[in-house]
Design a protein around this ligand. Sequence first.
Ligand SMILES: Cc1cc2nc3c(=O)[nH]c(=O)nc-3n(C[C@H](O)[C@H](O)[C@H](O)COP(=O)(O)OP(=O)(O)OC[C@H]3O[C@@H](n4cnc5c(N)ncnc54)[C@H](O)[C@@H]3O)c2cc1C
Length: 330
Amino acid sequence: MKKIAIIGTGLSALSLAHHLPTLDVTFFEKSWRPGGRLSTRKQSDLKFDHGAHFLSPDHGVLGFTEALEKVQAIKKVEGLYTSNYHGGASKEVKSIIIGDNGIESIPINLHKSLRYPTNFSTKIEKVERDNKDYYLFSDKDKFGPFDMVFAGIPFEQGATLLQDHIDFSQYPTPIFNSIWTVMLGFDKRLGTDLQFGYYLTKEISFFMNQNFKHEQFNQESWVFNMRSEWTNKYYNIEPYVLEDYVVNEVKKIFQSDARATFKKSHRWKYANPKKSLRDLNGKTYISSVDHKLYLLGDWGEGPAMQDAWLAGKKLAKSVEEFNISHAHNI
Ligand SMILES: Cc1cc2nc3c(=O)[nH]c(=O)nc-3n(C[C@H](O)[C@H](O)[C@H](O)COP(=O)(O)OP(=O)(O)OC[C@H]3O[C@@H](n4cnc5c(N)ncnc54)[C@H](O)[C@@H]3O)c2cc1C
């Protein structure tokens, strides 16, 4: 059986592995955990989904919800929501899909169901070819030989990693936005009946109470995302300045005297909704001329979880079709 390396354990890489037939696959993941931008931070009595928050039930990708249900990774909840708090939009009850025990249940349960060996805390820094075989290198180890390598990682990192094997000058660069996220714990309720929504202020583009997803918490935990233009302007802001700014804004808006008992922030990259590779040149992934090296990610399709899933699903299908049409078994 051919040997396959998959770099990354984000949703696009997991989707690819899920949709390929059973193979001799090994994952390589730079972090100590699977999931990439699907990340849940646990802090004593608090829990924060501080990358992706939820999936819309009407995401439109066939089989995605069912695959997540099969590995018991999700549940459906209803929350009181507004599309624009700052602009005075009305409140409505909205159904959403969330992780069963934090958004991290999605990658953890999917990864477990695949049962493929995984090298965690292993950042792949170089890919080399020797005859028909490929080898991967971290800072201290060499892995291989592999017949095929798939990198499910952000575009620019992939373009650097695979630059000796693929001519990236022929592709436009899908755009990523930067987003500061702020996790806050409070000693009591903030006094709003809203659970989540957009534009709490002109600058706080998204907010979500974590308690309504995880009822067991005694303390109030919230996640706030800053607008990408604001994030660019304050790209190097000191975390404590950012966190205090958000605490003050939130207390002012909800007229609350709650005390922030936990503060943490993280800066992420978010694929731009209108500048995916598909938008820019019609392709949804990148492959080497010999069809043995591939680069994929949400950036091939769009900005959300369903796009990452679709990216893996489409690539698996075209790899299978390519190999069938060339009368090889992968
Ligand atoms: C703040 C924020 C909020 C979001 N909110 C939502 C939401 O509410 N709903 C929604 O649907 N989507 C949301 N998204 C988008 C969603 O999180 C992403 O679309 C999806 O998780 C991307 O998956 P991916 O596999 O393409 O990339 P990633 O999740 O980035 O996965 C890449 C993986 O590769 C690993 N890696 C990278 N380089 C290497 C290397 N050299 N060697 C080894 N491993 C490597 C990384 O550690 C990571 O695990 C949000 C994103 C952000 C940032």
